[in-house]
Design a binder for this molecule. Structure first.
Ligand SMILES: Cc1ncc(COP(=O)(O)O)c(C=O)c1O
Length: 349
């Protein structure tokens, strides 16, 4: 069994979970996390322990290629829990070493299944590990309702610090952060405008699946934790726009963040400019260290062309959102309502 780490370790990890608020403009704030996934990781494990699904001898197992694994590794190290992560080659060597340093066992699958790709191979290997070990717990960030529920704390922090917020803008991957934070903020302000950001060729908001460069936002599967009816607006962003915006965020505000933060900055700055009387908050989920050799390298970035367009193109349905930055008035509808509606528009248009 893994050793329980000391109080200082836990204190340092806690600084990664609690976001800070940075004022970027009179009506624009950045909700800045060092590692946003600490919020659901800690809450999910605590709830599982409280309900008896997770005891001292239980091994935590999860499939992840990114920041949720890192957050689980830190949380499991605090609690002295064994952790097995199943990833794919997207986990680069640096992240792999970081996870191992924190005591996680990392298995990388190399076979890409004909149907479902790496994700399908990862899930199959996860099932094998669960069958091999006597006692396991899988946090399942995509379906576990404790993921969105964990953001009640964030909504409370925002309301305490800023009072009433008019608009929340952030990237969508599992849906947990945006759906959870939106839901709790609406308890005090039902009119809050929630703006979700997706990538082209992601199935989250109704586009057909396809190859994507952006990580963290967008998905090839539609997670149970994505509640489409929370969103007033959806934007599809391009990798070039996002990478350039990530650099502008750093250059203009000294916020050294990852590309999903750049996506928030791109969309949120535009939204705040278009609504000068509204108070807008953008979600910045992680720091930029993993992107030193890419987004923060001028030669690499030059491969993505020049600076970005000033505004998104408004579309009438997900099918119209092409390779440029696009915006759809989602109006808190279900996915079925939106796709049915856009067929009607396309048929009549
Ligand atoms: C860096 C980063 N940003 C944003 C997201 C999206 O957050 P959520 O899964 O809560 O929708 C993720 C999800 O993995 C992420 O890793």
């Amino acid at each position: 069994m893994s050793p329980v780490r000391g109080g200082v370790f836990a204190d340092v990890v806690e600084t990664q979970r609690i976001p800070t608020l940075v004022r970027l403009a009179p009506n624009l704030y950045a909700l800045t996390y060092r590692l946003m996934k600490m919020v659901p990781a800690r809450h999910i494990l605590r709830r599982a322990a409280a309900s008896g699904r997770l005891d001292r001898g239980t091994t935590v197992v999860e499939t992840t290629s990114g920041t949720f694994g890192l957050a689980l590794a830190m949380q499991c190290a605090i609690d002295g829990r064994d952790l097995v992560l199943v990833g794919d080659p997207v986990i680069d060597a640096r992240l792999h070493r970081q996870l191992a340093d924190l005591g996680a066992m990392v298995e990388i699958v190399h076979h890409r299944a004909a149907v479902g790709g790496y994700q399908a191979t990862r899930l199959a290997r996860l099932a094998e590990i669960q069958a091999e070990l006597p006692n396991t717990f899988c946090p399942e960030q995509y379906a576990n309702p404790d993921n969105p529920a964990s953001y009640a704390m964030v909504a409370e922090l925002l309301t305490d610090r800023l009072g009433q917020i008019d608009c929340l803008v952030g990237p969508v991957g599992s849906g947990g952060s945006m759906c959870g934070t939106t839901r709790y903020l609406r308890q005090s302000n039902p009119d809050l405008v929630s703006v979700g950001i997706d990538a082209h060729r992601s199935v989250l908001f109704g586009q057909p699946d396809g190859p994507r460069v952006l990580r963290g936002l967008g998905n090839s599967l539609r997670p149970g934790n994505l509640d489409h009816t929370q969103f007033d607006e959806v934007h599809w962003v391009t990798e070039a726009d996002v990478f350039h915006a990530t650099r502008r965020l750093h250059q203009a505000h000294a916020l050294f963040m990852g590309p999903t933060s750049g996506a928030s900055y791109l969309v949120g700055s535009w939204w705040a400019g278009a609504h000068p009387d509204a108070l807008t908050v953008i979600v910045l989920p992680d720091e930029g260290y993993r992107y030193h050799d890419t987004v923060y390298d001028d030669a690499w970035l030059a491969g993505y062309g020049r600076e970005t367009p000033p505004a998104p193109r408004t579309v009438r349905g997900p099918g119209e959102a092409d390779r440029s930055w696009c915006r759809l008035a989602w109006r808190r509808r279900s996915l079925a309502e939106v796709t049915a509606g856009s067929h009607l528009i396309e048929a009549s248009g």
